[in-house]
Ligand binder design. Structure first.
Ligand code: URA
Ligand code: SF4
Length: 214
């Protein structure tokens, strides 16, 4: 079957083994045009895992998640929420940059459901090793990967949700018990008409997670 599963080393005990195998993934076509795979980063003992959408242009070039403008904003929000950055592991629902060329510019394209589903085994494998206490779901793509197609971030953001919340979820992501919390993606803050209000909303949501960690 298509998808990342067959590229994931079986009996993996270490994140570094996953990271070493990820460049070989051919689970969907996104590896063809991207510069490189962008795997998660952070301490294996992190209590919080934050899941974004996919690497952006800067991340694709540097090979690290959340090192561009959205990442800078996210780090500031984490700091303002009072979360120790050493407690966070950062990753993405999709691990290759999806874009469209317009002239010389690479324009971000939202991953489709096929990419999210194809790439999900990497996320499952990361979660199985990390076993986070708190899962922060950043934006709609991560929500599709983790919470299902009918989840609406704008309606359910900033609320702690027990994880797993169903037998299906327990099968898809055999981790927990944990708490999941959805919020807007930092890129959405950068695009918002009222950036300050959007930023404050992100910080308020992250503060809910921070209280759990205190
Ligand atoms: N946006 C994401 O979702 N992930 C990144 O790594 C960078 C930007
Ligand atoms: Fe594999 Fe995910 Fe990259 Fe597709 S996006 S090739 S599934 S790592």
């Amino acid at each position: 079957p298509p998808g990342a599963q067959r590229f994931i080393p079986s009996d993996t005990a270490r994140l570094d083994d996953l990271r070493a195998a990820a460049p070989g993934c051919r689970g969907c076509e996104l590896h063809e045009d991207a510069t490189q795979v962008v795997f998660g980063r952070g301490d294996v003992n992190a209590r919080v895992v934050m899941v974004g959408e996919q690497p952006g242009d800067v991340e694709d070039q540097q090979g690290l998640p959340f090192v561009g403008p959205a990442g800078r904003l996210l780090r500031r929000a984490v700091d303002d929420a009072g979360i120790d950055p050493g407690q966070i592991y950062l990753t993405n629902a999709v691990k290759h940059f999806r874009f469209e060329l317009r002239g010389k510019r690479r324009i971000h394209q939202t991953p489709d459901r096929v990419h999210i589903v194809a790439c999900r085994p990497w996320l499952v494998a990361e979660f199985a090793l990390l076993r986070p206490e708190v899962i922060v779901v950043l934006g709609a793509t991560a929500a599709k990967a983790l919470l299902g197609p009918s989840f609406r971030v704008t309606q359910s953001r900033g609320v702690l949700m027990p994880w797993p919340d169903s037998a299906q979820r327990a099968r898809d992501f055999p981790i927990g018990p944990a708490q999941a919390l959805a919020t807007i993606h930092p890129s959405a803050v950068l695009r918002a008409d009222d950036r300050e209000a959007a930023y404050n909303g992100l910080v308020a949501d992250l503060t809910v997670a921070a209280r759990l960690l205190a």
